[in-house]
Design a protein around this ligand. Structure first.
Ligand code: DAT
Ligand code: MG
Length: 151
């Protein structure tokens, strides 16, 4: 499996509830490598581009209001299967159905306050990383213990 870079957002509820560190800790501990990280305010325009696939759905307006309501922490994570590993750590969209041990399963109760975004597939990941990070903000650094994390 070749390396991928995926976009993660700690959504406004995660930041408001002081769960940013806990969420980053869980993802970082998998062995995925942090290559981008920032606290940022999502504009309505950026929210519209990020969630374009959901435009017209009944929850769309609430979703845009939620993601723009207060700051998010944006992360770019790199590694083999970064997209699938992140989705596994997040749990499924609806917290009531998310397994214990996942971020949504452990910390959420409401689909409209599900704490975290992670890119769903390679095409989305490429588009979303570019939406949230400039190339200057993505650091391709050498990890000294890389050989103990990936073969
Ligand atoms: P995910 O965030 O797991 O990739 P998604 O891409 O289908 O899920 O939807 C994006 C977000 O929209 C999701 O995190 C929460 C919200 N959402 C999705 N389906 C919803 C629904 N049926 N009711 C309310 N909010 C919903
Ligand atoms: Mg999605």
């Amino acid at each position: 499996m070749s390396s991928e870079t995926t976009l993660v957002l700690v959504k406004p509820d995660g930041v408001q509830r002081s769960l940013s560190g806990e969420i980053i800790r869980r993802l970082e501990q998998t062995g995925l490598k942090l290559v981008g990280l920032k606290l940022m305010q999502v504009s309505t325009e950026l929210a519209g581009r990020h969630y374009a696939e959901h435009e017209g759905k009944p929850f769309y307006e609430g979703l845009v209001n939620y993601i723009t309501a207060s700051p998010v922490v944006a992360l770019a994570l790199e590694g083999p299967d970064a997209i699938a590993i992140t989705r596994k750590m997040m749990g499924v969209t609806k917290p009531a159905e998310a397994a214990p041990g996942t971020i949504r399963g452990d910390f959420g109760v409401d689909i409209g306050r599900n704490l975290i975004h992670g890119s769903a597939n390679a095409e989305d990941a490429e588009r979303e990383v570019a939406l949230f990070f400039t190339s200057d903000e993505l650091l391709r650094w050498e990890r000294t213990n890389e050989g103990w994390i990936t073969e």
